[in-house]
Structure formats: structure tokens, C-alpha cells
Design a protein. Structure first.
Length: 453
């Protein structure tokens, strides 16, 4: 066996070799099992000292919606010396850390045409299956996410490719899109031209020629928006990678940069820790509505709010959702929560934000990208090749994974220091490619909860 990690008030210890829990002392049936200093469930039977604790002898305590009280926590997030980054300044005042050319279809019917244009031009193609046969809020959700992507400052140019007969046709999408940089966004309806691929190539070439005039310049790090994400977590996620990201979050927000934490179902069981850090009662109420709203979503579909962790999480040593959540929320550090964003909203303030949305990796990275994140810190204990449209730094929770999947992983959170992670973040912001970019792993997925015609 490897070494063990123990928190002072815990009655479990974590084996660093397999990331699973073992009883630190005898635990009686019905007694709270404590990890990270908090209850992660209740013992189903008597557990002897040294015994393995997992799904066979530990149960969740989560149920439905709750009432919460606002107990503001005093945070002492001391200001750090700000640094400058090199970025592209856009016409709306936001910055981009990449100058890519993107193709965004309005509807899934046109995906293969978008891919053909991308193959000929080298543009990044962001396909999805929606944009037609949707109604009401479901359609507006698709339009909001696509609008956030179209306006994303990491794109030096965007070709919006429509079919022409879809619900989310270009005219309808423009009503939601609002004001945009006409030098940076082009539109093409495939049904309106004889050779849509040739016309798409022509428009991409014009967008690229315009983007070639863009130059990086020195800007304050306060312009940066960093997305916080975990996927394929294990029992070490809340011990190595997520706390490290949390310390970096505190450092970034102390420099007035912005960070965004999402995955609402992976806050269940740890939400009070976040609620206590809300800046004021208005933000607290928005956070409560977000938490209970997502619980209502589960309940409305006849699913328990504790329907998590995944099989991979369990194999990696995570037993209950409380345990997973207490590890997950550590990515937010101890910073004050300045705002709560709904799905499809855009970051407009500095500091730490909560973003409404599911934990599903592909949906979450799309949600974070559309809200304006320039780059992600993505922790993983099991490994994943998934990447967002923006740079997605993968942080392994354990050295074994970092060594095994060097083609996926950018950083070993178990074996490296906070300072090295900060240095890697700045280098990546300034142009260094991360593994998802090298591997051309850039995907999007849109949350759907409505009728399909």
C-alpha cells in the first residue's frame, strides 16, 4: 500500500496508491463518516479500524430541496501583486488569448458541410445536433449558448453557417445575438448559394486575412476569465488537484481576475460552504435558487438528487455525492462569490462566480466557454482527452495518471508546486499550446430540456 492522507478531524484516511478510504478508528453503524472535516455519509454497519469504506458500508444522506440560512463567512483573501499578460484586445474591450477562426453551425443538419469547410481551411469546427425542432425556452437556450460562442473573444473570426429552413435560422439567431463585430463575424446560408463549400472557404479566407492584423499586447491579468472544471474525479481530487486550483483561484481573484465555478449537481452536499461566501444576501438568494432549482430539475424527472458519482468516480475511490461535492467545490478556494450566472449568461464582473449548469463534462465546458472563459483549469483523476473550444489545461490528481497519459495531461498536481501551475497558466495564456489544442480536441454540447418536434 502507499502512504495515507489524514485530515485532523476525519475518521477515515486516504491511501495515496488507490485513492480509497479506510477507517482510521472503529466506526459504529449509523455514525457519521468524516472526510475533509465534513460528513460524507453514514455508516451502514459497524466498520472496524483499517477496514475499506465504500459503497458496501457507506450511504449518502442527501434528499430533496432544503432551506438555507445566510451566515456570511469572513474571508481574508490578501491582494497579490498583479501581473500582465499578452492578449488580443477586441473592439468591445474584452481580450482574447487566442486568435482562432471558428465555424459555428446554426443547426445540426449542416454539420458535415461545416466539417468540409474546416478541412479545407484549417478552421475550428464546433458542431452540435440542435437548432431545429426545438421550442420556447429550449430553443432560446441553444441561441444563447451559440451567441456566447459567436462573440467569444478567443476567436479572431467566426463563420456562422446556416441551412436556411431551420427554426434557428440566421435571422432568428441575430435577434438573440444582438450587437456583434461585423469585421469578425460572417454569415452564410447554404441554401442560398450554388456551392456552399466554396463560398464558405472564401468567407473563412477573408476572416483570416482580417485576423492576421491582430497583435498581442500587454494587458492586466484582471481582464482574464478562468473556468474551473473537474472530470473523471477520484479520491485524491479533493486532496491534490482541486485544493491546488482553489489556491490559484484565490491568487487570481486577489489580482481582480475572474474565475467561474459550475457543475451545480456537484455542489449538492457542500453548498452551504459556498453560500456562506456569497458577497451579500442578494447573491446568496440567487445561489439558493440555483441549487434548489437544479434539485427540482432532478425531482421533476423522478431522479434522486444523489444520483452521482459515476462508475469511474466509484472505481477511483469516491462513494457518495457529498464526498464528490466536498472535493469539487475546493476549486473555488476561499474567495468571495461576487455573482451567480444563469445558463447562457456572460461574465461581467471581476472575482469568483457560480454558473448554473450540469456537471456533464462536454455541456459544462461549452457553458463555461459561452459565458466568456478564456481558459480552463480542468482537474482529473481518471483522465480524459476532452477539450473545450478554448485552452483546457488538464491537471492530474496523481502522478501515475500524469505519467501514463502524457498525451492528455498538462500538469501533475500531486508532484508539482502551486508556483509551477501559475507559471504554466501564464505561459498558456500568452500562447503556449496545451494538450487539447495539440490533439485538436475541441467539442461543444448544449443542454437540452424540452420538446423535440
Amino acid at each position: 500500500m502507499g502512504g495515507f492522507v489524514i485530515h485532523e478531524n476525519d475518521n477515515v484516511e486516504i491511501n495515496t496508491e488507490n485513492a480509497h478510504k479506510y477507517a482510521r478508528r472503529d466506526i459504529a453503524k449509523g455514525e457519521a463518516v468524516i472526510k475533509y472535516g465534513f460528513q460524507i455519509g453514514t455508516a451502514l454497519c459497524d466498520i472496524k479500524k483499517g477496514e475499506h469504506i465504500h459503497t458496501h458500508n457507506l450511504k449518502t444522506n442527501l434528499s430533496g430541496c432544503q432551506e438555507y440560512s445566510y451566515n456570511p463567512e469572513k474571508t481574508d483573501n490578501k491582494s497579490a501583486e498583479p501581473v500582465s499578460i499578452e492578449a488580443y484586445v477586441r473592439s468591445d474591450g474584452r481580450i482574447g488569448i487566442r486568435n482562432d477562426i471558428w465555424i459555428i453551425p446554426t443547426v445540426g443538419c449542416i454539420n458535415k458541410i461545416a466539417e468540409a469547410i474546416a478541412k479545407k481551411t484549417g478552421a475550428v469546427c464546433l458542431t452540435h445536433p440542435y437548432g431545429c425542432s426545438q421550442l420556447g425556452d429550449d430553443m432560446r437556450t441553444t441561441q444563447k449558448i451559440l451567441s456566447g460562442l459567436i462573440k467569444h473573444p478567443n476567436a479572431g473570426g467566426v463563420l456562422v453557417l446556416g441551412l436556411g429552413c431551420e427554426n434557428n435560422n440566421i435571422t432568428a439567431l441575430k435577434e438573440v445575438l444582438g450587437k456583434y463585430d461585423e469585421s469578425r463575424v460572417a454569415f452564410l446560408n447554404a441554401q442560398d448559394c450554388e456551392n456552399e463549400i466554396a463560398e464558405g472557404v472564401r468567407l473563412i479566407e477573408a476572416l483570416r486575412k482580417n485576423a492576421e492584423n491582430d497583435r498581442r499586447e500587454s494587458v492586466p491579468i484582471s481582464k482574464l476569465v478562468v473556468g474551473l472544471k473537474c472530470g473523471g474525479s477520484d479520491g485524491l481530487s479533493g486532496i491534490t488537484a482541486n485544493p491546488m486550483v482553489g489556491r490559484l483561484t484565490d491568487r487570481l481573484t486577489s489580482m481582480n481576475a475572474s474565475c467561474v465555478l459550475t457543475e451545480v449537481p456537484e455542489m449538492f452536499g457542500a453548498e452551504q460552504l459556498l453560500l456562506n461566501r456569497c458577497e451579500n444576501e442578494k447573491v446568496f438568494k440567487k445561489a439558493v435558487n440555483m441549487i434548489n432549482g437544479f434539485k427540482d430539475y432532478f425531482i421533476s424527472h423522478g431522479e434522486p438528487v444523489s444520483e452521482n458519482p459515476s462508475p469511474g468516480n466509484k472505481a477511483g475511490g469516491i462513494t457518495t455525492l457529498e464526498e464528490k461535492s466536498l472535493g469539487c467545490v475546493q476549486k473555488g478556494g476561499h474567495s468571495v462569490i461576487r455573482d451567480v450566472l444563469d445558463y447562457g449568461d456572460t461574465v461581467t464582473k471581476n472575482g469568483l462566480h457560480l454558473l448554473n449548469g450540469p456537471g456533464n463534462d462536454m455541456v459544462a465546458v461549452t457553458n463555461l466557454t459561452a459565458c466568456g472563459c478564456h481558459i480552463f483549469l480542468f482537474t482529473t483523476g481518471r483522465g480524459t482527452p476532452l477539450g473545450a473550444p478554448v485552452p483546457t489545461l488538464k491537471l492530474a490528481t496523481n502522478t501515475k495518471l500524469a505519467n501514463k497519459k502524457k498525451s492528455w495531461i498538462d500538469f501533475d498536481a500531486q508532484g508539482e508546486s502551486d508556483e509551477k501551475l501559475f507559471d504554466l497558466l501564464i505561459k498558456t495564456v500568452n500562447g503556449r499550446e496545451c494538450m487539447n489544442e495539440k490533439n485538436s480536441c475541441r467539442e461543444i454540447a448544449i443542454f437540452k430540456d424540452g420538446v423535440t418536434l
